[in-house]
Design a protein around this ligand. Structure first.
Ligand code: PMP
Length: 366
């Protein structure tokens, strides 16, 4: 028996699931995780808050996650200077679930979403999973968004949902406010559509967040995550900020009590330690900038990065280059962008191991 013998939906036939390899190698720099484990005082605080939550586990959790949304709103306000309140914020199990809820609400059968590729592959996969048709929009050769071509694609396809990823994964490219505004205007002219700015990596950016753009634009959503900057990929906590009407709209599709009491308690504990965690972000930004400089010195081409990862190349046989780096004990990511690989900024020691592996590879190839 295999999948194709089952009566699955036609559009899922022959497709592959999301699958970054989870290999047991000494240096894992392939899934844009934060390399620093949570600091011990935070681990203790999580244990305390989870113990407290455990006493109430016979009851369903706060369905509206009010305390958590209030703290997330406080974090956004403090770090961006743009005031948002509890009613502007919604949280779910990872920003993947936030995106799924948005597509269930604003996409779906007979509707269309567009993204500018290469970009985060889950935008297309979650679109497919929710029955939303996917359109692959273009980028320039330097991986910035080609505004003219993007505007043309929006006018032609009149998508219901537009994804803008800033900083973009896997290229690291940040998008400026003017580009978002131009795409928003184009999207609203084509039909009233939802524009989702995916800011999963924004804390690592040289540029400020685009959060303030939600003001007066009810069809603009910014999505965020605690997986990267907060070093809590295992927690599964993503969130969005938007007009309160968007938050009301996703209530129509969210599962009741989707965010467990344990998740809410853990996220609240992590938010109490924001300053320490953002200190790690500063170290990672320095390491990211070092990776860019050193990779260029080795002779690689590197895409400007505003994220906690760097896209580097170019290789004539990308898979072979990936394998040779892996043979030296370092796992990086082949995102299927021809000629390019992506490395996540790790600890200084991990990054040195990676740079040594690439140095050897480049020597072999010259
Ligand atoms: N958006 C982007 C651009 C990402 O790269 C990722 C994770 N790789 C996510 C969203 C999802 O992250 P999570 O579900 O862990 O919040």
């Amino acid at each position: 028996m295999n999948i194709d013998d089952l009566p699955i939906r036609d559009e899922l036939r022959g497709k592959s699931p999301y699958g970054a390899p989870q290999l047991d190698v000494p240096v894992q720099l392939n899934t844009n995780e934060n390399p620093y484990p949570l600091p011990e005082p935070l681990v203790e605080r999580i244990a305390e808050r989870v113990r407290e939550a455990a006493r109430g586990l016979n009851r369903y959790p706060d369905r509206d996650a009010i305390e958590l949304r209030t703290e997330l709103a406080g974090y956004l306000t403090r770090t961006t200077g743009h005031t948002v309140g509890t009613a502007n914020v919604w949280a779910a199990n990872g920003s993947n679930e936030v995106i799924q809820q948005l597509l269930q609400t604003f996409g779906g059968p007979g509707r269309t979403a567009i993204g500018f590729e290469p970009s985060y592959s889950m935008h297309a996969l979650i679109s497919r999973g929710t029955g939303t048709s996917w359109i692959s929009g273009p980028r320039n050769d330097d991986f910035t968004i080609d505004l003219t071509a993007a505007g043309r694609a929006i006018a032609e396809h009149r998508p219901d949902v537009v994804f803008i990823t800033s900083p973009n994964n896997p290229t690291g490219t940040a998008v400026d406010a003017d580009t978002v505004l131009a795409l928003y205007t184009a999207a609203q002219a084509a039909r009233p559509s939802l524009v989702v700015v995916d800011e999963a990596y924004v804390e690592f950016s040289h540029r400020p967040s685009l959060l303030a753009l939600i003001e007066g634009r009810p069809n603009l959503v910014v999505s965020r995550t605690m997986s990267k900057a907060f070093g809590a990929a295992g927690l599964r906590l993503g969130y969005l900020a938007a007009d309160p009407a968007v938050v009301d709209a996703v209530q129509l599709v969210r599962l009741p009590y989707h965010l467990s009491a344990v998740t809410q308690a853990t996220a609240l504990a992590a938010l109490e330690h924001t300053d320490t965690l953002l200190g790690y972000v500063e170290q990672l930004k320095t390491e990211r900038d070092r990776l860019v400089i050193e990779l260029r010195a080795i002779g690689c081409e590197v895409t400007e990065s505003d994220a906690n990862f760097v896209q580097f190349g170019r290789f004539t046989d990308t898979h072979e280059a990936w394998q040779k780096i892996l043979d030296r004990g370092v796992l990086v990511r082949d995102n299927g962008v021809p000629g390019w690989l992506r490395v996540t900024a790790g600890t200084p020691v991990e990054n040195d191991a990676f740079l040594d592996a690439v140095r050897e590879l480049m020597k072999e190839q010259s």
